[in-house]
Write a protein that binds this ligand. Structure first.
Ligand SMILES: [Zn+2]
Length: 242
């Protein structure tokens, strides 16, 4: 009988357009703290107080405590799973990635087509003037970083809870999802947008699903479920494909 890994490899070989959807679970294996689990970031930084535009406008110094903590994890590196996904794209086995993560680890591993659904900490904008800044620009500044032109506190280019997802991001996500015949879901509990709807959308137009999660959540919907570590499972898949 075909085991789960062989089944997943066969689906990857048969698919014409595979996309990936990734969440916090792929970054925790790189040492980035989780948001939603018990003891996660949201238990220390109440989202309404630390992750809304309203809170940022009222008290940007306070809101900056969380991105400052995330940015201080400068030793976080992509793990084997990130690298395996980049290799899959390179060899034509993966069209692109939709990620809910804001840490840019997919790009640092070499992935080129990455939709950052919730923005990222790779860039920062001034809300008073048109200036924007890179991670490297900001990293060396005292926290919270200020605009060198007008002295305003900069806003990380992440999408806060009370902000709209930028239209270009929505369009790119839709294009990926509508054309995909295979979805690789990894490291997300599929509770928040876009992960809450993408698997069902892919399924609705006949696409297949591979789920890789330590605690699988799509058991009824996925064609194959691989439990365990993201780094280990992606490496296994990549090895089998090469
Ligand atoms: Zn400015």
């Amino acid at each position: 009988m075909e085991d789960s890994l062989d089944h997943a490899v066969r689906l990857l070989q048969e698919a014409k357009k595979t996309i990936a959807l990734t969440g916090a679970g792929v970054s925790t294996e790189s040492g980035i703290p989780d948001f939603r689990s018990g003891g996660g970031l949201w238990s220390r930084f109440e989202p309404q107080e630390y992750a809304t535009l309203r809170a940022f406008r009222a008290d940007p110094e306070k809101v900056w405590e969380m991105p400052a903590e995330l940015m201080s994890i400068t030793n976080a590196q992509p793990n084997k799973g990130h690298y395996a996904m980049a290799q899959m794209e390179e060899r034509g086995s993966l069209v692109g990635i939709i990620t809910q993560n804001i840490d840019s680890l997919h790009q640092r591993a070499g992935s080129r087509r990455v939709v950052e659904y919730h923005g990222s900490l790779a860039s920062f904008s001034c809300m008073q003037c048109p200036q924007s800044y890179s991670f490297a620009d900001v990293q060396s500044l005292a926290m919270p970083p200020r605009c060198s032109h007008c002295d305003e506190i900069l806003k990380p280019d992440v999408v806060f809870f009370d902000e709209q997802i930028p239209p270009a991001t929505l369009r790119e996500t839709e294009e990926f999802v509508m054309n995909a015949d295979l979805l690789l879901v990894a490291g997300t509990s599929c509770q928040v947008m876009p992960s809450a709807t993408i698997p069902a959308t892919v399924r609705a137009h006949g696409g297949k699903i591979i789920e890789i999660n330590r605690e699988p959540v799509l058991v009824d919907m996925a064609d194959v479920v691989l439990d365990g570590s993201f780094a280990k499972r992606l490496s296994q898949l990549m090895d089998a494909l090469s």
